[in-house]
Design a protein around this ligand. Structure first.
Ligand code: DCP
Ligand code: MG
Length: 329
């Protein structure tokens, strides 16, 4: 469909908007806004920002104040780091980054039993990744969230974190909530045997241990695999996320006219999340065989594995044999 659109009358606009969305934090809306301002490439955006900043240092009229808001702080970082962030991260460097974070966690916590696991495409076994998704959890005591803030301060002091795209707040007092950080890092040259590396996107998330398996499953992806599994859960009357697996009733509500979709599902939780102490337990709770991370791809053969279980189960119970049934129990 994209190829067709590219060949159509709006193809050039689509190509430009796709390029503008390469800037971290720039989505479709912002890309359209930039396009409407006459900007036709990332280079154009750079020039405009440069022009705005030299204008604002020469004068203080209101027009320049408006133009200063062309990009948010995060998008400006995305623009400044754009070239580096386009580079894929080899597995070896993902491992270096993970071990730098793990060392900082151990040092700040004063012990080394805190779980630090890199998920995303790395855990699926990809040769390279677009970013590094690090999950952290303190197994003792299991209800609390390990506070990331001192670890992040240490990583800034060590010149590992170079830019912050979001700041985590304090962990919630009642516990049970995740803490999340998005930023940019760079492996210091001396840690990389004198070799220069690129700036890399890093996400660090801290979860209470009770949600660890759900966090691992969610952030290992792939996004298509997750969507498939969530849809499967939905058909069985559950909702699956990094917050758990809970029974829900969905009430279809008409939305107001300002939103893209006409209807939304309002979820009414009818019970607490299941306690699952491993990813395997989550698959089994949904009546699925366990799928290992390397098989959780967007590849249709992995998707088929999930469906095959449904067919096996239907067959096993001597049931309808159809593929459209609600399945499970
Ligand atoms: N995720 C999701 N739904 C989204 C975004 C992310 O379920 N809309 C989950 C699945 C992803 C994981 O979070 O695998 C990490 O997100 P990334 O965008 O970092 O994706 P990957 O790590 O899979 O790929 P990349 O190599 O591009 O980082
Ligand atoms: Mg990733």
């Amino acid at each position: 469909r994209k190829e067709q659109l590219m060949a159509g009358p709006n193809g050039e606009q689509l190509r430009i908007m796709t390029e503008l969305q390469e800037i971290w934090g720039v989505g479709k809306k912002k890309a359209q806004k930039l396009y409407n301002l006459g900007l036709r490439s990332i280079e154009d955006v750079r020039k405009r920002i440069h022009l705005d900043s030299s204008n604002s240092s020469n004068s203080s009229n209101s027009e320049t104040t408006n133009q200063k808001c062309l990009l948010t702080t995060g998008q400006l970082i995305g623009l400044n780091r754009h070239e580096d962030l386009q580079e894929r991260i080899p597995r070896k460097e993902v491992e270096m980054i993970t071990s730098i974070v793990r060392d900082a966690v151990n040092k700040v916590a004063g012990r080394n039993n805190i779980l630090v696991e890199t998920c995303g495409s790395y855990r699926r076994g990809n040769k390279s990744s677009g970013d590094v998704d690090v999950l952290i959890s303190d197994p003792t005591p299991s209800g609390t969230t390990f506070d990331l803030r001192n670890v992040l301060n240490k990583l800034r002091e060590d010149d590992f974190l170079t830019d912050d795209l979001s700041h985590p707040g304090a962990p919630s007092v009642e516990g049970g909530k995740r803490q999340s950080y998005m930023g940019v890092c760079k492996v210091p040259i001396e840690k990389n045997h004198g070799n220069e590396t690129f700036h890399r996107r890093i996400d660090v998330k801290s979860f209470p241990h009770t949600l660890w398996s759900y966090a691992l499953l969610y952030f290992t992806g792939s996004d298509h695999f997750n969507r498939s599994m969530r849809l499967w859960a939905k058909k069985l009357g559950w909702t699956l996320s990094d917050k758990g697996l809970s029974p829900v009733i969905r009430q279809r509500q008409k939305r107001d006219s300002s939103t893209t979709y006409q209807y939304q599902d309002d979820k009414v939780w009818t019970g607490d999340s299941l306690e699952c102490n491993s990813e395997e337990e989550i698959f089994h709770a949904l009546g699925l065989v366990y799928v290992t991370p390397p098989m959780r791809t967007s590849d249709p053969s992995a998707m088929k594995m999930v469906k095959l279980v449904q067919e096996d189960e239907d067959g096993g119970s001597g049931g309808s044999g159809g593929s459209g049934g609600s399945g499970g129990s």
